[in-house]
Every structure is written in C-alpha cells, then in structure tokens.
Design a protein around this ligand. Structure first.
Ligand SMILES: Nc1ncnc2c1ncn2[C@@H]1O[C@H](COP(=O)(O)OP(=O)(O)OP(=O)(O)O)[C@@H](O)[C@H]1O
Ligand SMILES: [Mg+2]
Length: 309
C-alpha cells in the first residue's frame, strides 16, 4: 500500500431538488478494498458512477491515480485504469460468454480474455449463449468483463445481489484474489457479512452523505453496542435475579428477553446464575457486528429526522 488510488473531494450530484450525493469525501489507498454501504437510494451507485465517468458531478471532484474525473482529457486514461461491474449489469443476449468478454476486451485493447475466463471458471462455459445462463453465471460474466485488461481499480456495484450462498462465497474469493494482486476495489453491497469479510474500510452513506466511515472493527467497537443474549422465555424469578445482578434486560413484545453483556465472561455468569435457579436455558447469542452498526447509524438518522430514510 502506501499511495492513494482514489481521492474524492466534496463530490455532489443533484437531480433537480434532490441532492443524491451531498459533498462526499473519502480516499482509497492502493490495494485497499473499500465498501460503500447504505439503504436503497442512499447515493452509492450515483457516487461510483461519477467515479467511473458515467455521470457528471454537479460540484466537487475526484481523482483516480491522479486523473481528474472532471477533466475531459483524462476520461480515456481513467477508462483504461478501471474495471466496472454495474448494478444493472447486462451483456449482449445472443452472443456467447466468450464473445461478450471479447467485446469488453476489444473496448479496452485487452488481450487476456482466456486468462480471465479461466480465472473465473468460465472457460468451459465460453460457448454458452449469454441469455441462457442463470443469473449467477451472468453476474460472473459481468465480473469477467470488468477484469479484462488488468484494471488497477475495480468497481463492483452489488456484485452478489441475488446469488446463492455458494456463488456469493466464490465471488468473495475473486475479490480476495484481486486484493492479493494489488488491485484497488470499491464495492457496494447490502450484505454486511460481505463488507465485514472483504473490506479494509467501509463508509455508510445515508441520504447522500457519509454518516460514518472507518475500519470495520473500529466501527463495531464504537457503534456496535453490546452482545445480546436472546432468551425465548425467562420467568419473573430469572428476570429479577439478573436485574439484581446488575444486568440490562429488555423484554421484547414477542415475549423474548434480551440480556445485554459487555464482556464474554458475562455470558457464562448469566448462564450460571440461571442454572442456580435450575433453569437450563440456551440463549441465541448475537454479537455486535457491522449489521448493528448499520442499523444504529440509520436508526439515529431516522429519529433525528423523524421520518423514514
Ligand atoms: N438519473 C436520475 N434522475 C433522477 N434521480 C435519480 C437518478 N439516478 C438516481 N436518482 C436518485 O438518486 C438517489 C440515489 O440513487 P442511487 O441509485 O445512487 O442509490 P443507491 O444507494 O445506489 O441505492 P440502491 O441500494 O437501491 O442501489 C435516489 O433517490 C434515486 O432515485
Ligand atoms: Mg445502487
């Protein structure tokens, strides 16, 4: 790592009265995987498509390897530097896998079609017609089209939406391989596990603005909250014992009891307190993760504005 691959400065996009992207600033280091998270309509796609020179910013700027996205003479260089999997990816229906990837390669003057098809396990399937592939395979062809020409920066807009768990994990492997080979990756996703596993840093965008940004672990510590032990049913005795011992308890409307603990040790303490009442119960343990961070960040915006995000 070391040098910076992407610098985004006050990037803004308006559609009439709507500010879809509102003074967004961040940097991405070379070789870093950076995830953009946020609810539907937050402005993720608009942000990445401005970086891909597909949409023109209203104000602000961004630099990819030093090339300004607002300088028309840089656009060619930027297109050569980047690989893109759009959110609404589609290829030419009546062409084969091979022909589609060839087309993408020709557009970039790239020659490594076979290598990329082999890397993605598509070589055997190269003669299949695109329109006849399953959704997951189509997406994989999209990734192949993004990777021809050895891009230095790859943008993946929701690469695993609609994929089965195994296909999703395969995609994660490709992203990890990209990172290993020093490629910078910007990924948008609605899957928190995906962001946790792949990214060095994440930014959560809410209504066009970055609400929080940083390393996943740091965000989880800062915003994730306590570990929760969820019990299907606890009787009054158990609840008062735990309250006596100083635990924070919440009874959910569905009757489940949530006990919050800060340290791992406390999980055992809670369970042994319950055993002292001859209650042999097994809670669901929900550890704080990016999902809690996400919900908390969005929740705070929700209450702050008193309306739905
Ligand atoms: N071409 C356009 N004209 C007008 N409004 C647009 C246009 N493109 C996007 N928007 C609006 O800008 C906002 C941000 O949209 P965007 O697609 O960037 O969100 P997103 O974070 O990618 O959402 P999702 O998670 O659903 O993909 C939305 O309110 C959307 O309706
Ligand atoms: Mg989007």
């Amino acid at each position: 790592m070391g040098s910076t691959a992407i610098v985004v400065e006050d990037l803004t996009k308006r559609y009439g009265d709507l500010v879809a992207v509102d003074r967004v600033s961040f940097t991405v280091d070379e070789g870093e995987v950076f995830a953009l998270l946020g609810p539907n309509g937050a402005g993720k796609t608009t942000t990445v498509e401005m970086l891909e020179c597909l949409r023109t910013p209203t104000s602000g700027n961004a630099y990819l390897k030093g090339f300004s996205i607002r300088d028309p003479s840089s656009v060619r260089e930027i297109k050569r530097l980047i690989g893109v999997l759009p959110q609404e990816f589609n290829a030419v229906d009546n062409l084969t896998v091979h022909e589609n990837v060839e087309l993408a390669a020709a557009a970039k003057g790239a020659k490594n079609v076979r290598e990329v098809l082999e890397q993605l396990g598509l070589w055997e399937l190269r003669k299949r017609t695109f329109s006849k592939l399953s959704g997951g395979l189509k997406r994989r062809v999209g990734i192949a089209m993004a990777l021809v020409g050895d891009p230095e920066i790859v943008f993946l807009d929701e690469p695993t939406t609609g994929l089965d768990p195994e296909a999703r994990r395969e995609t994660w492997l490709y992203v990890k391989q990209l990172k290993k080979s020093g490629v910078t990756v910007v990924i948008t996703t609605h899957y928190m596990e995906e962001a946790e596993r792949l990214s060095d840093r994440v930014a959560i965008i809410v209504r066009g603005r970055i609400a929080v940004m940083g390393e996943v672990r740091r965000l989880v510590v800062e915003y994730g909250g306590k570990t929760k032990l969820v019990f299907e049913e606890l009787d009054g005795r158990a609840e008062s014992l735990l309250r006596e011992r100083g635990y924070e308890l919440e009874v959910a409307p569905d009757g489940r009891t949530v006990v919050k603990v800060e340290r791992h040790q406390e999980i055992y303490e809670v369970l042994s307190a319950l055993r002292s009442l001859s209650l042999d119960v097994y809670p669901e343990i929900r550890q704080a993760g990016l999902e809690e961070v996400f919900l908390r960040v969005i929740g705070s915006r929700l209450s702050e504005r008193g309306e739905l995000v």
